[in-house]
Design a protein around this ligand. Sequence first.
Ligand code: ATP
Length: 254
Amino acid sequence: MAKQPIITVNNLVKNYGDFNAVKDISFEVYEGEIFGLLGPNGAGKTTTLEIIETLRDKTSGQIIVDGFDVDKDPDNIKKRIGVQLQAAGYYPNLNLSELIELFSGLYGINKTPMEMLAKVALTDKAKAKYKELSGGQKQRFSIATTLINDPRIIFLDEPTTGLDPQARRNLWDLIREIRDSGTTVVITTHYMDEAEILCDRVAFVDGGRIIDIDTPDNFIDKLVASGFERKKEVKLANLEDVFINLTGKEWREG
Ligand code: ATP
């Protein structure tokens, strides 16, 4: 089946004053994929995502999200996407259950908190405050909030930064489940192992330009075909495998 673009970015440019942060980039995200934006700090990933999310103005270019133009129909785009809030958005006096109720109310959607918390294995924390959660639980909760409006696409900006290996793997499983249930996922990450395992396709961004877009497998095959070889012989396991093997793979609350 031909892949359908759910996001189309054409000739996107973003200037901050004299500084040209995004330099005429074009790409498509296909419906139902996990699409990764990879690149060093300052490459322009967050700027690009925030423009697609209708949270930031562009300088020029055209963006279509699920058939709607960011210039003409930002409200329809907002209804169809899920974006992670910064931690500051979680009112400190409300517990997780109350926060979900609040967000559901803002969307005008009747979702029960337990239904949303169950999706991210946090029902036992329904009465906890956000600040009382571990790093992995915070990320899972914030992903739950992106799903309240049954979005067509969710955007995750570095969702596993600072998490331990188990919490990262749990989050990868969760992100795959979200993709498998039909939601397109756009993610940024600085972890190449994560992108290789999780992303269906990745775009490398550097200095405000897209260098190349392909599947992780194709990128690696192309590099190997060009004669590249790792200097050191690769071991059959790495230290992360040792960590997981010694400390277990189950959901952890620590
Ligand atoms: P990171 O991986 O560190 O999150 P990024 O790829 O997301 O980086 P952006 O946050 O999009 O990069 O920033 C791209 C460039 O634009 C950087 O040089 C940054 O300093 C600059 N920039 C971002 N926001 C603003 C702003 N509001 N005003 C001026 N310059 C900005």
